[in-house]
Design a protein around this ligand. Sequence first.
Ligand code: GDP
Ligand code: ZN
Length: 292
Amino acid sequence: MQGKIIKGIAGFYYVYAEETDTIYECKAKGIFRNRKVKPLVGDMVAIEVLDAAQATGSITEILPRKNELIRPASANVDQAMVIFAATNPEPNFHLLDRFLVMMDYQNVPTVICFNKEDLIGAEEKERLREIYAGADCQIVFTSTYEKTGIDKVCAILEDKTTVLAGPSGVGKSSMTNLLLSDARMETGGISKIGRGRHTTRHSEIFHISGRSYLMDTPGFTSMNLPELEKEDLRFYFPEFEPLEGSCRFNGCVHMNEPDCAVKAAVSDGKIHKMRYESYTTMYQELKEQKKY
Ligand code: GDP
Ligand code: ZN
């Protein structure tokens, strides 16, 4: 039988098999230890059922992975959705930008969700849209209070495995609960997977419906940068891309060089100042790291 690892705790893997609509508590066979591969949440695996009544089994094989994320440790992720509050607390744009770089580095497309849209007006919404207009990610506004934008979120999640991430206080739990309760009402399936304890300590995948899975991750307060050469950071800012080759110097990193097309675009307001500031801060950080 085949299934998907939805959770891993203390040597046990919980494998959801569509075929029987059951979660099996599995151990991984010794062969994995010898081959130095570790099953990951999100992995598609082959299992041998040991006891059907007790729903226990053994993982015999990890099927080929589409991708593998270091952070959060997972496999076969299609996309990420990062939640920030539109206000209260104010979005930490720099933190958001670091998340975007991290995901892009891992080739995972990201959707930005600004929650608590009930607290902001049309003007502020427009401002948020403008900041990320060139960042090559979809933006969605929601309110878990007024249940606005939730249909859009559901459409985004459809048939995909999505990592849900965000700092705390932004409404991530409210969103997860909302999505899972919708799923429960529609399919009656999710309750079997359960919601676990209140705080998210381990990454865990929830089966929303059909082929939609949501991976809840612990709230983050900081985000490391991937191990990048500082000269390569610019490739993780999609708004710079159309200007590549337009600066006076070949290989311009858009910092202190004269006649820099990117800096000109920032001055003209074609690239948002906030995004460029994030870039220079990260660039400086990568430069400092290399010194040690
Ligand atoms: P988490 O820490 O990201 O999991 O966020 P919670 O779901 O616990 O919500 C944090 C706080 O924001 C709580 O006080 C919620 O009541 C509030 N909150 C969540 N969603 C919304 C929303 O859409 N609008 C408003 N105004 N407040 C919200
Ligand atoms: Zn330049």
